[in-house]
Design a protein around this ligand. Structure first.
Ligand code: GP9
Ligand code: MN
Length: 433
């Protein structure tokens, strides 16, 4: 009921970070791309194998003088993996502690999502994904989120068997080439979410992929091909950026690039140790290993590496800040990464967390700066207090987000200047061109 929203709104309002006047609205009216790098971890940035960069195009983009790059940005997904990342990016709501929120609540719930907010400000909104529309219940969820268009597998003339037999859907290069034909036709300004898939466990390769880059030699079969599919994704990204430049879209768009979640799970400790050139992997290292890229490129942004601690839940308020969309009465659980006044707490779905001073990973505590272990029992009074207060924030943030999702509480909330999305007005008829 509406009453259930009360304590939630109180929590949100007391944790809401004010926008940064330096950034507010500077990219108002520009096209927006959200480019989803499947299973892509931050450690790959500037990483080399046999002296060769795994991801030369992304590295260039990361260091570009107009890219704001975050190097303490974490994935916050749970079992819903990609779908959790999408929930967070488009809604600033967490996935659930088990299962997928998109699958369980995507069809029925009321949302106040990025595509709907921007649509009502004159944006055309579209999602692109080279696999079947039903995966993660996208076809229904995207209607609830207000996507005008969902270009899935059947829209792509080249989604033939031969391009569809590696990984989770169309090969990224072919997918992006086909998708760009639709992107070119979108009325501007637009919000376009582009979801890649080839760099997905178990990192299958074909000749084209494996001949371009050497595998690593940890001896762990799935891990060793990760850099090869990551390299392939990077080439696909490079081609896409080249097309954006040629089409003129590069300069009148804000381009967000992010990795959705880890590619190598904790179960591969020995291989991770070799990749990171460490003797032994601790929970501290595993926490660092949850970092994913987050970059914002716009021709009028001053680039650089931003060390603020944040994660996927924080993207939507950040994006709305840059676009100058009033967002002071939203039900969103993240906080603007560009704000100087935000609390730098990154919550993991299991209640662990990362802050600039303390990390909690798999229930163990670490000094973020030194990597030394902290024992809660023997910690100083002030340290205990800090940990307790941080834990309270993390638990409340997750609990309240879950209440909003499982109780469908946004149906009782009126966002200023926002009209409820009427799902039946949307249909994503599959056509073959
Ligand atoms: C499936 C793709 C992968 O459509 O997005 O999802 P994941 O397995 O990473 O959650
Ligand atoms: Mn994924």
């Amino acid at each position: 009921s509406a009453a259930e929203l009360k304590p939630i709104l109180k929590w949100i309002n007391s944790n809401r970070a004010p926008v940064n006047v330096k950034y507010y609205g500077v990219d108002k009216g520009k096209n927006v791309f959200v480019f989803h790098l499947e299973s892509f971890q931050q450690f790959l940035i500037d990483y080399k194998v046999d002296g060769k960069e795994v991801t030369p195009n992304l590295n260039k983009f990361y260091h570009d003088s107009h890219t704001l790059s975050f190097d303490n940005f974490y994935n916050q997904v749970g079992q819903g993996k990609t779908s959790d990342a999408e929930m967070m990016l488009d809604n600033s709501l967490f996935g659930l502690s088990s299962g997928s929120a998109m699958v369980e609540y995507g069809t029925s719930n009321t949302f106040q999502s990025a595509p709907a907010i921007l649509n009502q400000l004159g944006y055309t909104t579209a999602a692109f994904h080279g696999d079947v529309p039903s995966f993660w219940n996208r076809d229904n969820t995207y209607k609830s989120w207000g996507y005008d268009y969902f270009f899935s597998k059947n829209f792509y003339s080249n989604a033939s068997k031969s391009t569809y037999n590696v990984g989770y859907g169309m090969l990224d290069k072919i997918f992006l080439k086909d998708a760009s034909k639709y992107i070119a036709e979108l009325p501007q300004p637009f919000y376009a979410k582009v979801i890649t898939v080839t760099n997905h466990y178990p990192y299958e390769t074909n000749k084209e992929i494996s001949s371009q880059f050497p595998a690593t030699t940890t001896g762990d079969k799935t891990v060793d091909h990760y850099v090869q599919t990551a390299h392939y994704l990077d080439s696909a990204f490079g081609e896409f950026i080249a097309w954006l430049k040629a089409s003129g879209l590069y300069d009148n768009s804000v381009i967000y690039v992010y990795g959705d979640h880890y590619g190598i799970s904790e179960n591969h400790e020995a291989a991770i140790a070799q990749l990171l050139k460490k003797k032994k992997i601790t929970n501290y290292d595993l926490a660092q290993f949850q970092k994913v890229p987050f970059m914002i490129h716009a021709s009028n942004l001053k680039g650089g590496i931003d060390h603020t601690y944040g994660g996927e839940i924080d993207v939507l308020p950040t994006l709305l800040d840059l676009l100058g969309v009033q967002n002071t009465n939203s039900v969103q659980f993240g906080s603007d990464l560009l704000s100087n006044k935000r609390r730098q707490i990154v919550s993991f779905r299991n209640g662990d967390f990362v802050t600039p001073t303390v990390i909690k990973m798999n229930g163990t505590y670490w000094n973020t700066q030194t990597g030394k272990s902290i024992k809660y029992k023997t910690a100083s009074k002030s340290m205990k207090k800090f940990i307790d207060k941080t834990q309270e924030y993390v638990d409340d943030q997750l609990k309240y987000s879950d209440e909003v999702v499982t109780g469908d509480l946004l149906r009782f909330y009126h966002r200023t200047n926002f009209k409820t999305v009427i799902k039946k007005n949307y249909s994503y008829t599959t056509s073959s061109t």
